[in-house]
Design a protein around this ligand. Structure first.
Ligand code: DUC
Ligand code: ZN
Ligand code: ZN
Length: 463
């Protein structure tokens, strides 16, 4: 059994910051010990002096190879999980998709076929339900039992992923009974599609109109409706990619009422804005995602929500499309721009930058990026912390390194960076996944197929 010892670092978890040595044995954390007192020996010693020792990031919202708008997200499970590791993320939960007329099982099988044997880090699946029928409702119970314990429903994208309120209510009733978590894309897609049509008729075809028609109020309205439907059924609700201040207010009100309602935001909403969507020469298309980027003024509410726990998780919604050949599908018609942005490699660094800037504390960084996403989706104990018995998914993080984000240097399979030229302080140095080196002093030493499929438990936020 290989023994690894990480010495001299500052171990940061959601709960503590302690100077400790970390002993890893057989892929798991064996013990934490006071430096200089324990006498442990190991096959491999990693010097973490002046560095942070943090749990590997847990990104619970990615879309590798997602079919969207006539094309596919450009990261495969192989490239996307390597990029994740480069950025200090050691677990992803991706979204398997049920196609219309098909079973949940068929969707899940298709996603296993894409991912199994290809991932550099561990991975699990949520299930996107695009066809809520008697049959798929029954299948939900089986999926929860076998480790796919969360279901994403869409109030947007009529004709594609959209579910109506009756379908949503039925899926929520089922989740309330079987322990599943309902994840919601909360935007009023029926109303948005009318506004899209009207904008195009007026000749408003540039990327920035994507942001104008997908109104904050229509995110807030859908968030409110989803909360009320969840309340009627008793189901827990996790609202994905929250971007509007008014939607945060809906979540805060529901949480003040004591409802099991949770919210996630993403780095793009914290660091980018409609100014990016308005970039000339169609460059704004790089920032087209849904929910859309909002005017800068919304960012304060998102940061506040993260501090007050009205928002609990930051994930990426990593869904990259190349500018050349993919985003370009929407030249002359913003509604044809594939929705999504790259970011799986950038999340831990951007959130560390928020620590540097004093927006969140170091422990809150680990809480929103590692511990809470693991707890939320039934992975905690194994993932999301550094404690005896946990998987040895560990990142040695240099908090003093300076880096400039760029498509020239990133590892995501996409031809642009949403943060091109952005200077941040802090960088991943070494990454272990279940005790095995994936990144060794900024060299990739992992392999496709090391990543194991994670059958998840139910959310640890449910009673
Ligand atoms: N939003 C995106 O930006 N891309 C994929 C699906 C989604 O909901
Ligand atoms: Zn979505
Ligand atoms: Zn998504």
């Amino acid at each position: 059994m290989t023994r690894t010892l990480i010495t001299g670092g500052l171990v940061i978890t959601a709960a503590d910051e302690i100077h400790a040595d970390v002993l890893i044995e057989g892929g798991r954390i064996a013990a934490l010990g006071t430096p200089g007192t324990h006498g442990w020996t190991a096959d491999r010693v990693i010097d973490a002096a002046q560095k942070f020792v943090i749990p590997g990031g847990v990104d619970v919202h990615t879309h590798m190879e997602l079919p969207f708008g006539g094309t596919f997200a450009s990261d495969t499970f192989e490239t996307g999980t390597q990029a994740a590791a480069w950025g200090g993320t050691t677990t992803i939960v991706d979204f398997a998709v049920q196609s219309k007329g098909q079973s949940l099982r068929a969707g899940l099988d298709a996603w296993h076929a894409k991912a199994d044997g290809r991932c550099a880090i561990d991975y699990g699946f949520h299930m996107i339900m695009s066809d809520v029928t008697e049959r798929s409702l029954k299948e939900m119970d089986l999926l929860v039992e076998e480790g796919v314990s969360s279901f994403k429903l869409f109030m947007a994208y009529p004709g594609v992923f959209y579910s109506d309120d009756g379908q949503i209510l039925r899926a929520m009733q089922r989740a309330a009974a079987n322990g599943g978590m309902i994840m919601m894309h909360a935007e009023n897609g029926i109303a948005i599609d009318v506004l899209v049509e009207q904008a195009l008729q007026r000749g408003e075809t540039d990327p920035r109109y994507h942001g104008e028609v997908r109104k904050a109020l229509l995110e807030a309205e859908a968030t409110h409706r989803a909360i009320k439907l969840a309340q009627v059924t008793g189901a827990p609700l996790y609202v994905v990619h929250v971007s509007a201040e008014q939607a945060v207010a809906e979540l805060a009100r529901a949480r003040d009422e004591g409802l099991p309602v949770f919210g996630e935001t993403c780095p793009q909403y914290l660091f980018l804005s409609t100014d990016n969507l308005a970039e000339p020469d169609f460059e704004g298309a790089k920032y087209v995602c849904s929910t859309p980027l909002r005017p800068k003024e919304h960012q304060a509410a998102l940061w506040r929500g993260l501090r007050t726990d009205d928002l609990q998780v930051v994930s990426t919604d990593h869904c990259p499309f190349c500018f050349v050949g993919q985003k370009e599908l929407g030249r002359g018609d913003f509604s044809k721009i594939p929705n999504g942005m790259p970011g799986v490699e950038n999340r831990m660094d951007l959130l560390h930058q928020a620590v540097v800037e004093g927006r969140i504390t170091r422990r809150r960084w680990i809480e929103i990026a590692c511990a809470t996403p693991a707890r939320m989706f039934g992975l905690y104990g194994k993932k999301g912390t550094i404690a005896p018995g946990a998987d040895a998914d560990v990142v040695i993080y240099d908090p003093h390194a300076e880096q400039v984000m760029s498509a020239e240097t990133h590892h995501m399979n996409v031809d642009y960076s949403a943060y091109e030229g952005k200077r941040v302080t802090g960088q991943v140095e070494t990454v272990l996944s279940r005790g095995e080196l994936v990144i060794d002093k900024r060299e990739f030493v992992g392999r496709a197929g090391h990543g194991a499929y994670l059958a998840r438990g139910t959310s640890q936020y449910l009673g």
